[in-house]
Design a protein around this ligand. Structure first.
Ligand code: CTP
Length: 407
């Protein structure tokens, strides 16, 4: 009964959408390296370029590196509101390199191409923007450029300062685009402050279960369910980037995560692991799909097929309810959070579970939306039965919305 590793992107930017804007400076060749670094660290990347940028860099190069089409047409056939689609998608907008021309347009609110109109919409929503200027020293020192950079700074845009060195025009001076590592670090600091400061855990300890439990029939067979553990891992990553110490108890293997991870198979093993860690936890999130029943007497030897026509009966006994046990018996100051997966009457059923298991929150979701997909739609129900609906979105976004309410 070996577990398959959960197949997801790895790294601190897992689940983050980075929109990389590129304007026409020779240094845009370095942006290729930035895109690679972002992808390597788990981010999803889309690129948006100003019209002249494709004179400097091939569309195919950007498309291949980012694994997404390059955006530059404000009025593309498929989306007439491309700038809004990109704005909604991105967790951060990074323009590297940015020219004096685009800086000035940004600062004056001009929206004459896809990059400038996306910036206008993006900044209006107060979402994070980083710019890495690149230009000749004279242009950089120009009082109007300086004023425009300061105006953007005052509007909350982060500036990764240009560096001093040889410039494309043949002179040596300030104006080179900052090192790619430096731009990457600024992105990381903005999106995952806890990872960078090493202060994860300062806010509390989250104990999280995930995956479907596996109840043995014999040494090679088991009864389980379709839970992939994906929603649980999104919750873990999100809690970590919010500054919580995360411990996972999972039935699916997880790679490249900095958390304490215990791999279990059966519900009894999961209960045992939860009991060991519950006292130290501030929150228990039961995202695991726990089997309600297990085989009464699993065979110690592999079962062979019976004679033709003969049936095989498995006797099942009820498993202990982990969430209920913790909520009713073991709870001191911890908050307990459960999931309720259903096919009908999902909110009413979830409300009943909240009471029966003395949970602080129950997250209701629907089987056909939640299972084996990258998206989810949930209803967060609190102790007073107050219900908040989170619309269908990526599991990363839904995880964030859940944790913002329950932690
Ligand atoms: N749960 C648990 N232990 C169990 C069964 C469920 O801790 N033996 C937890 C789940 O991890 C989830 C919540 O309880 O957070 C609700 O699980 P669900 O299977 O939807 O509810 P059940 O109480 O098992 O009810 P039913 O299967 O009848 O819907």
């Amino acid at each position: 009964m070996d577990n398959e590793p959960l197949n997801t992107a790895k790294g601190p930017l897992f689940g983050k959408n980075v929109l990389v804007g590129i304007t026409s400076s020779i240094s845009c060749y370095k942006t290729c390296e930035l895109i690679r670094l972002l992808i390597k660290n788990g981010a999803s990347v889309k690129t948006v370029v100003s019209p002249a940028t494709l004179e400097f860099i091939g569309e195919k190069t950007l498309e291949t590196l980012s694994n997404n089409k390059v955006h530059y047409d404000t009025f593309s056939k498929s989306h007439s509101t491309e700038h809004i689609n990109l704005t909604d998608w991105a967790d951060i907008f990074v323009i590297a390199p940015i020219t004096a021309n685009t800086i000035s347009k940004f600062a004056s609110g001009i929206a004459d191409n896809l990059i400038t109109s996306t910036f206008n919409a993006y900044l209006g929503l107060k979402k994070p923007v980083i710019i890495a200027p690149a230009m000749n020293t004279g242009m950089l020192n120009n009082i109007f450029v300086q004023n425009n950079v300061n105006a953007l700074k005052n509007a909350g845009v982060k500036i990764v300062e240009s560096e001093t060195g040889p410039l494309a025009c043949g002179t040596v001076g300030k104006g080179r685009m900052a090192d790619v590592e430096k731009i990457y670090k600024t992105i990381l600091e903005t999106l995952c402050p806890a990872t960078v400061s090493g202060k994860t855990g300062a806010k509390g300890r989250v104990l999280l279960t995930m995956g479907g439990t596996r109840e043995p029939i014999d040494p090679v067979r088991f009864i389980s369910n379709a839970s992939s553990g994906r929603m649980g891992l999104c919750l873990a990553d999100c809690a970590h980037s919010m500054g919580y110490d995360v411990e996972i108890i999972s039935t699916v293997k997880i790679e490249n995560r900095p958390y304490k991870i215990t791999i279990v198979n059966s519900t009894l093993d999961m209960l045992d692991a939860v009991e060991k860690s519950f006292k130290e936890a501030d929150y228990l999130i039961m995202a695991a799909a726990v089997a309600d029943y297990r085989v009464k007497n699993p065979s110690t030897a592999k079962l062979s097929k019976k004679n033709e026509g003969e049936t095989l009966t498995l006797e099942l006994v009820q498993n202990p309810d982990i969430l209920k046990n913790m909520g009713q018996i073991k709870k001191e100051n911890q908050k307990t959070i459960g999931f309720s997966l259903g096919t009908e009457n999902i909110i009413e059923t979830a409300k009943a579970k909240l009471q029966a298991k003395n949970a602080d929150f129950i997250i209701a979701n629907e089987a056909k939306v939640a299972l084996n997909t990258d998206e989810n739609e949930v209803w967060i129900i609190d102790k007073t039965q107050n219900t908040v609906h989170i619309e269908k979105s990526s599991k990363e976004n839904v995880a964030k919305a859940i944790l913002e309410r329950v932690l």
